[in-house]
Design a protein around this ligand. Structure first.
Ligand code: FAD
Length: 426
């Protein structure tokens, strides 16, 4: 069965994945002479950097997601389908999806990455990931439900299981989550749960490397550690979680922590669609590409963003898996595809690193620019502005801004509702 998309005289570019990379290329090509087919298993783009605020009940999911149909409704050459691509058939120049097959002239793979449990089945089974809006919401429900359950538990040890939280991974996600939980514990839980003793609630951050925010400057790493410690987070460096059975997390230093919630933010691995040459799959299950984002050993197939592994002089071990790389690669590839239509030569991709940042909490953030670093309130203000401008949609920007102002003034977050989806069909 064929996916129902009209054939046209234009060359067809099929983009799999509408994250930062896929969306960046699709938006550029929407104004071109290509037919663009965007396939994503969700009907919306997700703004991953703010997942942790959804998990902490600080933002509603609708504020950080944007429907693809709304983005492209004015572009007649763009077709969108909600479907999962299951196989790629380079020899037939088509992809097989849950809706049927779809032929292409150019195929762009922008499927991003998923949580990496490093082969530990027990951890994969019991820990909580945060790689989609759905998972962030599940995390929110679990945290709030556990506080509710803790109210009826009389035994100290059992109650610890409900109120203590372990976060594994001291990258930006782990640090931001730990900071947000510490603020929730300080400002919100005493008001919402006066019967619970917040002194009993421990937030543990376990980091395998000797410092937090490993990709950032020493100043930023050290400051983030100091901030978290000030806020009461128990940070362990140079320590791994080897096992988690749903009740206890077993650490590499021999310690064990009782907690019903281990949040796993310790790494990512490339999503996989079968069909590409084996030699193209490389470190972190990413797809090896050249400086034009062409997948090694394949013709007219490109990979972008988190799933792409490209080496350049300044990045001999590949680019960091961050939004800016994905966006810039999308722009360069779109530009190159447009150059093809004008019989012009392609330009190599080169990453323009604008810096990195992480927030720990109110007035506490760290920013590394290419030439200098800064922390504290100015860094926090910059973090807020950069994220506000990056969110898609004016309504979303306004909602997020108002939410943040409200939270800042009232020391409170939006309503902490436990809402579980229920229905008869998937
Ligand atoms: C919690 C969290 C916080 C982060 N914070 C930051 C930050 O502060 N700053 C920063 O720069 N980066 C941050 N990142 C990283 C950043 O979000 C990624 O680098 C970026 O999203 C990569 O973009 P991408 O387009 O390659 O992939 P993604 O954005 O992951 O998009 C992949 C898309 O592909 C779709 N898809 C996957 N498989 C299929 C399939 N088989 N068929 C159809 N569709 C498919 C998915 O539905 C998704 O829409 C964060 C990531 C996470 C998880």
């Amino acid at each position: 069965m064929k996916i129902n998309i009209p054939e046209s005289s234009q060359e067809r570019v099929v983009i799999v994945g509408g994250g930062f990379a896929g969306l960046s290329v699709a938006r550029q090509l929407a104004k071109s002479n290509y037919q663009v087919v965007l396939l994503d298993k969700n009907n919306h783009h997700q703004f991953q950097p703010l997942f942790y605020q959804v998990a902490m009940a600080g933002l509603e999911p609708s504020s950080i997601a944007f429907p693809f149909r709304k983005l492209f409704r004015r572009h007649k050459n763009v077709f969108f389908r909600v479907t999962e691509v299951q196989t790629i058939e380079p020899e037939n120049k088509r992809v097989i999806t849950k809706l049927g097959e779809c032929n292409y002239d150019h195929l762009i793979i922008a499927i991003g990455a998923d949580t990496n449990y490093y082969g530990n089945e027990e951890v994969a089974q019991n820990a909580l990931p945060m790689k989609s809006v759905g998972e962030a919401l599940y995390l929110r429900n679990t945290i709030l439900s556990d506080y509710e359950k803790a109210l009826s538990v009389t035994g100290y040890d059992e109650r610890q299981g409900y109120v203590d939280i372990v976060i594994v991974g001291g990258g930006p996600t782990g640090v931001e989550l730990a900071g947000a939980l510490a603020e929730m514990k300080k400002y919100i839980l005493p008001k919402d749960y006066p019967e619970l003793d917040t002194a009993e609630m421990d937030i543990h951050l376990i980091q395998g490397a000797p410092q937090l925010l490993a990709g950032m400057s020493d100043d930023s790493s050290n400051k983030a550690l100091a901030y978290l410690q000030e806020m009461g987070v128990q940070v362990k460096l140079d320590t791994r979680v080897n096992r988690y059975d749903g009740e206890f997390a077993y650490l590499s230093d021999g310690d064990k922590i009782r907690s019903n919630k281990v949040i796993w933010a310790a790494g990512i691995t490339g999503n996989h669609i079968p069909g590409l040459p084996e030699e193209s799959i490389t470190y972190g299950r990413r797809l090896a590409v050249d400086r034009f984002n062409r997948v090694q050993g394949a013709e007219n197939i490109y990979a972008l963003g988190d799933i792409a592994y490209m080496e350049e002089e300044a990045f001999p071990k590949g680019h960091p898996q961050v939004a800016q790389v994905a966006i810039q690669q999308g722009q360069t590839l779109a530009d190159n595809l447009k150059r093809s239509l004008k019989q012009q030569d392609w330009k190599q991709f080169s990453y323009n690193d604008k810096g990195s940042m992480a927030t720990v909490g109110r007035n506490r953030a760290v920013v590394d620019l290419p030439s200098f670093s800064f922390q504290g309130f100015p860094a926090w203000a910059v973090w807020l502005l950069v994220h506000l401008f990056a969110i898609l949609g004016t309504k979303n920007k306004v909602f997020v801004f108002l939410n943040w102002v409200w939270n800042y003034l009232t020391y409170d977050q939006s309503l902490r509702l436990i809402i579980r989806a229920k229905g008869k069909r998937e």
